[in-house]
Design a protein. Structure first.
Length: 373
């Protein structure tokens, strides 16, 4: 039986055009982009053209795009700079952020004794904006770190509203846009945001490469010391083929955005319909969720919780979990723990995430396999 991949929020498969582009670059642009001879300059041109393409899509200057190995690396770098070089004394975040953000903040809190405030999370998975406004009223040098689309539930935060609130309070705004870049329109000229981060493998690009948007005029200290690559901020010879693949993936994703978004939205709605037909007591975790992410609470007995992902995997279905099952014990997702009661957390929640490569036939098979658990 063909595997059914429904874990696109974790990673996506590469588009054929991206693979072709990367192979072409690997074959023809092997030069070191820091070399001054023509072969090196040709590789440098690939990097800079990729940077310009990404910048154009986001409506920013190419000088504001910095290539990294991942969004995790970029987030670590940005948050550390904020505390160690910008004089930030407080970070406002939420307890439902990605661990790349949370663990970095906890480390900075331990090392620098900064104040950390958490925005309240509502039962529907959204943020309490009134609470955020109250927190921002305190006069202290502040950075706000809040994501755009939650990676577990798909709940969408209003980053336009958050940006305006930060601007009014003279706070720096760092936004994790990993789940939204390439899947929705983002015009950074219309948003009051200082930093965003992204990873290529979330929008059908290669793993091991990402980028950060750093607002013009921001003085950053290097994340890696060495050569002058990436304005001296990230030393090391660039992975030219990965950067080219990322730019190609983003370009195609935006070109196909309207068509693919419509298709995936219909597919997600079809899945919800089929789930409710077969499991009337199923619950959806979160409201106002992104069109490709569906986190569902299944009406199964507690004793099935630890085996459900194993069962699905054995049947060829790849999904992710809302509750992590480790060493025979059920540890709740830190995201769902902020939304659900302790009793409800014991029941199995799974994340189903779609791409344009998925089909209704795959959804039907997924439902049938779920019924056999």
């Amino acid at each position: 039986m063909k595997d059914i991949y429904l874990d696109n929020a974790a990673t996506t498969s590469l588009r054929k055009e991206v693979i072709d582009e990367m192979i072409h670059v690997m074959n023809s642009e092997f030069g070191n982009p820091s070399s001054t001879h023509s072969i090196g300059r040709s590789a440098r041109a690939v990097i800079e053209n990729s940077r310009k393409l990404i910048a154009k899509i986001l409506n920013v200057s190419s000088t504001e795009i910095v290539f990294t190995s991942s969004a995790t690396e970029a987030t670590n770098w940005i948050l550390k700079n904020a505390v160690e070089n910008f004089g930030v004394k407080r970070i406002i975040t939420s307890k439902i952020e990605h661990h790349a953000t949370l663990y970095t903040i906890y480390d900075l809190q331990k090392k620098h004794s900064i104040k950390v405030d958490f925005v309240k999370v509502l039962p529907n998975g959204g943020l309490d904006y009134n609470h955020l406004e109250d927190l921002l009223a305190e006069e202290i040098s502040t950075l706000v770190s809040l994501l755009h689309v939650n990676n577990e539930t798909g709940v969408v935060n209003d980053i336009e509203k958050i940006g305006k609130m930060c601007s009014n309070a003279n706070a720096i705004f760092h936004c994790d846009t990993v789940q939204s870049i390439g899947k929705t329109e983002i015009d950074l000229q219309s948003l009051n945001v200082d930093f965003i981060v992204s990873s290529a493998h979330k929008f059908h690009g290669p793993k091991g490469v990402g980028f950060a948007y750093v607002k013009k005029g921001t003085i950053m200290q290097p994340m890696i010391f060495g050569g002058e690559q990436e304005k001296g901020w990230r030393a090391g010879t660039e992975a030219v083929h990965q950067i080219a693949g990322m730019a190609k993936a983003l370009q195609i994703s935006i070109q196909n955005l309207e068509k693919e978004r419509e298709y995936i939205t219909e597919l997600k709605n079809y899945c919800i319909k089929k789930l409710l037909e077969n499991f009337p007591e199923v619950k959806i975790n979160g409201e106002n969720t992104f069109y490709n992410i569906l986190n569902i609470l299944l009406p199964f007995d507690d004793d099935k919780t630890s085996m459900i992902l194993f069962h699905l995997d054995m049947k060829g279905v790849a999904v992710s979990r809302g509750s992590a099952c480790q060493s025979g014990s059920v540890k709740p997702s830190h995201v769902l723990a902020e939304m659900l009661s302790e009793d409800v957390l014991k029941k199995p929640s799974i994340r189903v995430s779609f791409s344009h490569y998925n089909t209704k036939e795959e959804v039907d098979l997924f439902i049938e396999i779920l019924k056999s658990v």
